[in-house]
Design a protein around this ligand. Structure first.
Ligand code: ATP
Ligand code: HSE
Length: 321
């Protein structure tokens, strides 16, 4: 359970009184997620999500995330909407943390995605990219190539305790990306963390996207590569080209991919695998004492990385001509 920050009843009552959502009926820590503290808040006006932003979220970035949700919702993307306080602000302070209340999105996330879920997430990702084209906010991706070296430094000398040889493998990969990361692909607002636990389905149909707290301005096809990693591998880390084909076809049915974007997919997929390998590695080695959180397995992403290193071209992802 990701609850890093406990909130007292008095603090909560005072915080919620700043909103027009009635009195608190119940508030329960949510047993999912690893980044932020989330509570399911029930008030006289309904159900909401109360989020306290933790270590990886910089306070100055929060308006980018919250305004993005408002922008997307305004363009028909199904996602939570920040609830504004009586004073008009979407962001407040609770238990010493920046905090916000967002609307509750109905649905559940799919533990074992099937081909049709992959197609739906491809379509939803492309629709999000198009809806965000005129979003004015800009946020450089702190977790792209220049950020990976400093991130790895937080695991300095300890990577091999997780998996022998990991230290050298990461160093080689960092050098590869410093030389090969594509520079000229279409850029826009990307979700950057569209894993199955951030996509909801209701009665088998796509119902919406959550968790925009890694969203940033970066290569659109990099977001596709993140999804290939997150949705199209089986539990034994074998790539499922049928799922990859469905995800890519779903995406391209809404936003076409250029030849240059397609050609770059193997490098982008390697980069995406390295990015999640690194954050997982750092989290694995630095679990805060007393935190109710289960860190995610970094080695899973080493296996995905190994697959992408062997890929000869984008066709292997299951791309239809
Ligand atoms: N708007 C929402 N509506 C319904 N449930 C939500 C909403 N936002 C969050 N949740 C619930 O809280 C859980 C954790 O939320 P979220 O993914 O934002 O947390 P996180 O710590 O940022 O997680 P992650 O590890 O995916 O980055 C979700 O899996 C979902 O169960
Ligand atoms: N989706 C991420 C965790 C949140 O950043 C992962 O699975 O590593």
């Amino acid at each position: 359970m990701a609850v890093y920050t406990e909130v007292s009843d008095e603090e909560l009552t005072r915080f919620v009184a700043g909103y027009d959502i009635g009195a608190v009926l119940a508030c329960k820590g949510i047993a999912e997620g690893v980044e932020n503290t989330n509570y399911l808040l029930r008030t006289e006006k309904g159900s909401f999500i109360l989020t306290l932003y933790e270590k990886r979220v910089r306070r100055e970035d929060l308006p980018f995330f919250l305004d993005l949700m408002e922008h997307l919702a305004g363009r028909g993307v199904s996602c939570p909407l920040p609830v504004r306080r009586r004073d008009g602000a979407a962001l407040g302070e609770l238990a010493g943390r920046p905090a916000a209340i967002i609307t509750f999105l109905e649905g559940v996330w799919i533990r074992r995605p099937h081909v049709e879920h992959c197609a739906a997430v491809g379509r939803a990702l492309a629709a999000m990219h198009l809806a965000a084209l005129d979003y004015a906010g800009r946020r450089p991706n702190a977790l792209s190539v220049p950020g990976w070296g400093p991130l790895f430094a937080q695991a300095e000398g300890r990577a091999d305790t997780v998996q022998p040889g990991l230290d050298a493998a990461v160093r080689e990969e960092l050098a590869f990306h410093a030389a090969h990361w594509p520079g000229e692909l279409p850029v826009g607002t990307i979700h950057a963390d569209l894993f199955p636990d951030n996509v909801f389905f209701l009665r088998g149909r796509f119902s919406g996207l959550i968790d925009f707290y890694f969203a940033c301005t970066d290569i659109l096809a990099y977001d596709v590569a993140i999804c290939l990693n997150a949705w199209c591998f089986e539990p034994d880390q074998a790539y499922n080209a049928t799922k990859g084909r469905a995800l890519l076809a779903g995406y391209r049915s809404v936003r076409p991919l250029s030849e240059a974007e397609i050609a770059a997919l193997p490098v982008l997929a390697r980069g995406a695998a390295l990015r999640f390998l690194l954050t997982r590695l750092v989290d694995w080695l630095n679990v805060p004492p007393g935190a109710l959180v289960k860190p995610k397995d970094p080695v899973e992403y080493l296996k995905k990385l190994r697959f992408h290193q062997r890929v000869a071209g984008a066709a292997e992802y299951g791309l239809d001509a």
